[in-house]
Design a protein around this ligand. Structure first.
Ligand code: IMP
Ligand code: MG
Length: 196
């Protein structure tokens, strides 16, 4: 999946201060918005008449959650948790620590877990296991970016934005060492940036 099917707009210009770090724009801002609205419509249809709570993990889900919430046309509430991973690697291989828990109980509620990206699935698998112990009425997953080729944990994904190849991406909330989150598109980071 590339930008080939959706033209780049001035918003997708790579700003000069990151030009050396980005190899290409993978998903344009217009294409993100279009897909987010499709997801919002599907969620609104599927959860009509239900007490929907959308739950996200800070910080990567920032823009996706903000846009998806506004694309949902039924009553919805939102809550966030924050986690930190052990080890220096961007990819976690196991346990995550809850740095901030949800503010609201989820028992008996229809929880839609919203995530920015799934790679091995370890992070999501760990969080879902924790949320299940709190007895929600239902628990489904909505993910913007999916790298299925790297999946090590079997996960049931109800809503998926884009399937992407195994490349490290940044922008639209996604970071490398806390940078690049503010780019309005999703871009491929040059390997030499994270290899150094
Ligand atoms: P998993 O546990 O291997 O599925 O890793 C998922 C987490 O790793 C995500 O929540 C991201 O924080 C991070 N991650 C994985 N791939 C990327 C990427 O391409 N760009 C930015 N962060 C990523
Ligand atoms: Mg994340």
């Amino acid at each position: 999946m590339t930008t080939a099917t959706c033209p780049l707009t001035p918003e997708d210009q790579i700003p000069p201060y990151v030009a050396d770090d980005i190899s290409e724009v993978l998903i344009s801002s217009a294409r993100i918005q279009k897909r987010v609205h499709e997801l919002g419509a599907a969620i609104s249809r599927d959860y009509a008449g239900k007490d929907l709570l959308m739950v996200g993990v800070l910080r990567g889900v920032l823009f996706f959650m903000a846009d998806l919430l506004r694309a949902v046309t039924i009553p919805v509430s939102v809550d966030f948790m924050a986690i930190s991973r052990y080890g220096p690697s961007e990819r976690t291989r196991g346990v995550v620590r809850f740095v901030k828990d949800l503010e609201e109980p989820i028992e008996g509620r229809h929880v839609l877990f919203v995530e920015d990206i799934i790679d091995t699935g370890f992070t999501l698998g760990y969080i879902l296991k924790n949320l299940r112990t709190r007895h929600p009425a239902s628990l489904q997953v909505c993910v913007l970016l999916d790298k299925p080729r790297l999946r090590l944990i079997d996960l049931d994904i109800a809503y998926q934005g884009f399937e992407i190849p195994d490349r490290f991406v940044v922008g639209y909330g996604l970071d490398y060492r806390q940078r690049y989150r503010n780019l309005p598109f999703i871009a491929v980071l040059k390997p030499e940036v994270y290899a150094s």
